[in-house]
Design a protein around this ligand. Sequence first.
Ligand SMILES: Nc1nc2c([nH]c(=O)n2[C@@H]2O[C@H](COP(=O)(O)OP(=O)(O)OP(=O)(O)O)[C@@H](O)[C@H]2O)c(=O)[nH]1
Length: 169
Amino acid sequence: MVFHAKSVLRNDVAGSGYHAGARQGGDREAAMLAVVAVALIGADGQVLMQRRPEGRQHGGLWEFPGGKVEPGESPHQAAARELTEELGVSVPLAALAPVTFAAHPEPPAGGRAVTLMLFAARDWQGVPRAIDAAEIGWFAPHDVPALTMPPLDYPLADGLIAWLGRGAA
Ligand SMILES: Nc1nc2c([nH]c(=O)n2[C@@H]2O[C@H](COP(=O)(O)OP(=O)(O)OP(=O)(O)O)[C@@H](O)[C@H]2O)c(=O)[nH]1
């Protein structure tokens, strides 16, 4: 991934190690929020989705489990941590296969451009349960795009279906 020399890549915390490049001459700051998401794929080929609790951003919408990459974490580590926090399952880092990503082309006014990285995993320990979500459900991959989801999840779902169709997992 190449970043413009004058851009700044950051997550939530200044000095987090996510700064890439240097601000020069008072240039505007380009900022990115890195979020990971995981498609857990069951033995029957179904995909786990969870519904966000009401009252949060995108409350009530279906999403892939995941969350923000914290300072000092790799995307793989963040994905494994979020699966433990949100579903109570343990996933080896080697079982996380990168699938696709989706991103806001421009930061929204006053905000940061989200870049959402989707992994898939077929191996985990534990039985997923809705620790953080309003509910979880298992869906055939081609049924995922019919769910009501945050906007970036639609290209992720399409990318997952294409990836599965290539026999990548
Ligand atoms: N986990 C997750 N977040 C998504 C997806 N799609 C999407 O737009 N997001 C957005 O990514 C952002 C970060 O996700 P999050 O709120 O789950 O992050 P988090 O677990 O670190 O939350 P926290 O800051 O409350 O601890 C939210 O604005 C969320 O709506 C998705 O499929 N999964």
